[in-house]
Design a binder for this molecule. Sequence first.
Ligand code: HPA
Length: 267
Amino acid sequence: MDRTASDLVRFVQDRAGGDPVRVGLILGSGLGHLAEAVDGIPIGYEQLPGFPQAGVSGHSPRLTVGQIGGVRVAVLGGRAHYYERGDAAAMRLPLEVVKGLGAESLIVTNAAGSLDPAMPTGSVMAIRDHINFSGMNPLIGEPSEARFVPMTDAYDAGLRAALLTAAQSTGTPCHEGVYAWYSGPSFETPAEIRAIRTLGADAVGMSTVPEIILARFLGLRAAALSAITNMAAGLSDESLGHEHTKRMAPLGAAKIETILRAALPGI
Ligand code: HPA
């Protein structure tokens, strides 16, 4: 951990207590209210130098450290996306802090478009694997040999099984599939969606992949859940846009909260 991250870890521990965190969570667009499920101390990103400051509407830029269902968590209520500044490593410091607080696992959530007609708006998908369709990488420029991160099992099978079991035990339908990272901020064209579908993706979105790469770089086990907010471009006549994403995210967010509450005690 570099000095900035360890300073921030101390700052957070002074406010939220020094007990180690077990799990880190990143909340996606329109999923920010999940932070309210945490019984703990919120710290605004403006108090954490190096954390993403401006952000995108629909996010709550706070780090909340506390308990969900008796498990100590660190919840990143907002994320920086590659498309904001062209910086794929923008979430590196927040993830270093989460790791420094003791987390061994990271669960990422996002809003995504569906490429599968059997997975409509309002569905939830556990990500089994991803396609880095943007070609960007948060480890470009990292000088250490640790940059050669294997991504074969990037999405931890045990963590994913815990999420799927929790979904099943709570009667919450949860799909499983491949997520493609499109840089954004424009949405995809129908031709791009047909291409991504042919490549093997089930959902598409503008985040998550750089965070999963960073998590694996930092030695965190990783899992991710997508809230499907729309059918991807050309697959329905929904009008795509950020307002639509924010309006539809709560449908999946409620399911994600149910799954997380049931899964966390076993993680
Ligand atoms: N494409 C990319 N990102 C998204 C979408 C989409 O259709 N829906 C929500 N985030």
